[in-house]
Design a binder for this molecule. Structure first.
Ligand SMILES: Nc1ncnc2c1ncn2[C@@H]1O[C@H](COP(=O)(O)OP(=O)(O)O)[C@@H](O)[C@H]1O
Ligand SMILES: N[C@@H](CCOP(=O)(O)O)C(=O)O
Length: 293
């Protein structure tokens, strides 16, 4: 038996659509696997009632196939589905790390990234790696079709999750097909600024590089209260605010001494918009960890 804790993640970070990701210290899924002749999946925890236990439909089923590793699998969800916090990815990442150990498949953590991404294709139609990469490797990650690069970064974050669901599949339908040259230049500049900020663990620089003029404005329309929550977070001291993944979670970066105030301001703004929400005061953290084997 192998048990792995796989963290929630925030993808895109505004300017890095389908490229940037960050592991969060919390929440997390806990995935336990035992060898079995046939794969079975049991799901408990946050939003378990919305998650299929059929291996054809659960993200971990694709990981089992890719590693040829049938197992009895238990997923304890800490990351609610359709959250924008890499819920589907956390299970796939945890399963990839756990099954690789259970069956001694000898894959490196980097080699497990495209394997876990197959699970994302099951739910969103696209094998995007920007959530599974940080959930496996930890830190801030840059993923391209060629490789993933991960750097440790000490950056405080607030993630505010409203009590509504937005599926990644639906949120991908509003992504524009084209972008103007002006928007491209602005986005490249912001993304580069953010990456430098991560390498320096500088929340001001990370925040300054979060703005994205192309995808985020379209996704923000799907989140009731987004504009108000964003303004409130900035007023409370955030240096950058954007949609987390495909939403509906909203992520803010700030200095550590501002984190409590930013969290409170975001919750109050959601509440004024008539939406219940919860806030995670978190920071960039490590990747999947083996708890027991
Ligand atoms: N192991 C899993 N964990 C979470 N969601 C899963 C899992 N397997 C399949 N799903 C499905 O994936 C969808 C949630 O994924 P997604 O829309 O990408 O949200 P998130 O941003 O939280 O990852 C839901 O329809 C859910 O039923
Ligand atoms: N790059 C993807 C990320 C989706 O993240 P999730 O946490 O919402 O699953 C996208 O923006 O579609």
């Amino acid at each position: 038996m192998v048990t792995v804790r796989a963290p929630a993640t925030s993808a895109n970070l505004g300017s890095g659509f389908d490229v940037f990701g960050a592991a969060l210290t919390r929440p997390a899924d806990v995935v336990t696997v035992e060898k079995a002749a046939e794969t079975t999946i049991e799901v408990t925890g946050a939003g378990a009632q919305y998650i299929p236990e059929d291996p054809e439909k659960n993200t971990v089923g694709a990981v089992v196939d890719a590693l040829d590793a049938p197992a009895r699998i238990h997923i304890d969800k800490g990351v609610r589905p359709a959250s924008g916090l890499g819920s589907s990815a956390a299970s796939a990442a945890g399963a990839a790390v756990a099954l690789n150990r259970l069956y001694d498949r000898g894959r490196s953590r980097s080699e497990l990234v495209p394997i876990a991404a197959e699970g994302e294709a099951v739910v969103s139609g696209v094998a995007h790696s920007d959530n599974v990469a940080p959930s496996i490797l930890g830190g801030f990650t840059v993923t391209t079709s060629e490789a993933t690069h991960a750097v440790d970064a000490a950056v405080p974050l607030v993630v505010c999750l409203p009590d509504v669901a937005v599926s990644t599949r639906d949120a991908r339908r509003v992504v524009p097909d084209t972008a103007s040259m002006d928007d491209l230049v602005e986005t490249v500049g912001n993304a580069a600024t953010l990456a430098v900020g991560m390498c320096r663990s500088d929340p001001d620089l990370v925040g300054a590089g979060m703005n994205d003029p192309v995808v985020t404005p379209e996704r923000a329309r799907l989140i009731t209260g987004y504009d108000e929550v964003r303004v409130a977070a900035f007023e409370a001291g955030a240096s950058g605010v954007t949609v987390s993944g495909a939403g509906p979670a909203i992520i803010a970066v700030c200095r550590e001494d501002r984190r409590r105030g930013v969290a409170a301001a975001m919750l109050d703004a959601f509440s004024e918009a008539g939406i219940d929400a919860r806030a995670y005061q978190t920071k960039i953290g490590k990747g999947s960890t083996v708890l027991e084997e």
